[in-house]
Design a protein around this ligand. Structure first.
Ligand code: UD1
Ligand code: CA
Length: 499
């Protein structure tokens, strides 16, 4: 009976990530560089996740502390294993296999610098390996420019015989365009045994993992090469230019999926969506939009132009224009911007509005309430149907601690009100423009907390004589006097009599 559904699981996963990545020219360990919302290492682990391995180890070396710390955050199931000295990928694999302990079946070994690998590509490799009954199968790719990569050497019958690094290759081997993707699935015991026989007699003086293949071929074991359906998946990432190119490719993939699902992406060139973000069909993303982290945008929402959302939720039919938002919940039909800054803990209920040049933090804005212009709203609860006048500040910080402000339903906060927390403005209350509110305002009251105006008559004429202001004031006085005189006359003259 032929097997219809090849097994696409492995018992263990090994990620090689101890290399320094000198060509990145960065203090950050290579595998921690970010693209599309995850580290390179995070992408590789995510691709391997569906293989259902019982154990996952990551070989760390260069920058081991930060890589281990990162793993604890993003993939606590993956165990870091230290390779003290970077003696080559073969040595790294041996260190990992020793750390694994007994593995009954197959192990997937993968370079940590291949962020475009997808689960389906790894599953196809494992499926091919299982189907062929191989001891070792290497993922290969046909590329236009094989520079720097290991070449796949096949015999006349097309069987894989060896992997030869470019530096060790003869001219005929160099001409080969089928390359080693740096992903291998093999019988753990056989690979472990072969690794003990790998030497370092090559141009780089390193123990090459790739030599395992030739050794197993010489043993007469079944070895194969599986060509990746999409060569793009196998692309490594060795310098900043390649990182930027991989980031672009990843973004293109994300946007293609979104557009296929009905999302309107007005300008794919300037729209960046992390693999971790979600956008529901019929949302519109205008140019210059970045949807980062765990951001979720619901159907019919409009984001952009020029907006960055990190870990935000945007409800149905909401809109965000030229704004920067982090850890904010923007309710259905709510509107934000232009030019606003929503900081963590901002929650806008249905139909709420945060208009232009407003900063918010840790605030709940109730249904249909509005903060239309030029305000700071921090540590507050605002009820429904309320309006916060222009240039209002929620004065939440006394220099030592933060305090909360509560604004009720249908409140009218006058322009330029300072709400000095802790303070409560009751339902239906008003505050007078320019007030400094330090005491609670009962429901329905008008709070006036500002100096009474005093006009010092004629001050400009006396104290600023000869200035344009004094001249303008004098002219206004003359005009008023003339109007008064004319007004007296018109009161005794019939309409049109002066014509
Ligand atoms: C490797 C392959 C090459 C393949 C290419 C695909 C070898 C010898 N060559 O070349 O055939 O075409 O990947 O991108 O494997 N590492 C360690 N410890 C070490 C050395 C390396 O953990 O001591 C890790 C690196 O972090 C990296 C991986 O092993 O993730 C591969 O090493 P790298 O030096 O990048 O090998 P390449 O020259 O890219
Ligand atoms: Ca590499």
């Amino acid at each position: 009976m032929t097997q219809q559904n090849p097994t696409t699981t492995v018992d263990a996963v090994v990620v090689l990530a101890a290399g320094q990545g000198t060509r990145m020219r960065s203090r950050t360990p290579k595998v921690l560089h970010q693209l599309g919302g995850r580290s390179m290492l995070g992408h590789v682990l995510a691709a391997a996740e569906p293989l259902g391995a019982g154990q996952t180890v990551v070989v760390v070396g260069s920058g081991r502390e930060s890589v281990a710390e990162h793993l604890a955050q993003v993939a606590p199931h993956a165990r870091p294993v230290v390779q003290e000295e970077q003696r080559g990928s073969g040595h790294a694999a041996a260190v990992a296999l020793d750390a694994l302990g007994p593995v009954a079946g197959a192990v997937l070994i993968v370079n940590g610098d291949a962020p475009l690998l997808r689960g389906q590509t790894l599953a196809a490799l494992v499926g091919a390996h299982t189907d062929a009954g191989n001891v070792l199968t290497v993922l290969t790719a046909e590329v236009d420019d094989p520079t720097g990569l290991g070449r796949i050497v096949r015999d006349d019958a097309g069987a894989v015989r060896a992997i030869v690094e470019e530096k060790d290759a003869d001219p005929a081997q160099r001409a080969v365009r089928e390359v080693n993707a740096g992903v291998y699935v093999g019988d753990a015991a056989a690979v472990r045994e072969a690794l003990t026989r790998v030497g370092s007699g090559n141009q780089q003086g390193e123990q090459y993992l790739t030599d395992v293949l030739g050794l197993l071929v010489a043993d007469g074991a079944r070895v194969g090469g599986h060509r990746a359906e999409d060569a793009e998946d196998t692309l490594g990432c060795n310098d900043q230019r390649e990182l930027a190119a991989r980031r672009r490719t990843m973004n293109d993939r994300v946007l293609d999926d979104l557009m296929r699902a009905g999302v309107v992406v007005v300008d794919p060139r300037t729209t960046w969506v992390d693999v971790t973000a979600e956008v529901t069909g019929e949302a519109v993303l205008h140019p210059g939009t970045q949807l980062l982290g765990a951001t979720a945008v619901a159907a019919g929402a409009v984001v952009g132009p020029d907006s960055t959302l990190l870990d935000c939720e945007v409800g149905e039919g909401a809109s965000v224009v030229r704004s920067h938002c982090q850890l904010a919940v923007i309710g259905a039909a709510a509107t934000v911007g232009p030019f606003s800054y929503l900081r963590p803990g901002t929650r806008l209920a249905r139909g709420a509005k945060v208009g232009a040049f407003v900063e918010t933090k840790n605030v709940e804005v109730g249904e249909d309430s509005k903060v239309p212009h030029l305000s700071y709203v921090g540590d507050a609860t605002i009820g429904r149907g309320s309006n916060v006048g222009a240039a209002t500040v929620f004065v939440n910080y006394d220099g030592v601690a933060k305090h909360h402000t509560t604004v009720g339903d249908h409140v009218r906060i006058g322009s330029d009100t300072m709400l000095v927390a802790p303070v409560t403005v009751g339902d239906g209350a008003y505050t007078a423009a320019g007030s400094v509110i330090t005491k609670d305002v009962p429901p329905g009251s008008m709070a006036v907390a500002r100096a009474t105006q005093r006009n010092v008559g004629g001050w400009v004429g006396r104290r600023r004589p000869g200035t344009p202001a004094a001249e303008a004031a004098a002219a206004a006085e003359r005009a008023a006097a003339a109007r008064d005189a004319g007004g007296e006359q018109s009161s005794v003259t019939a309409p049109g009599a002066d014509q």
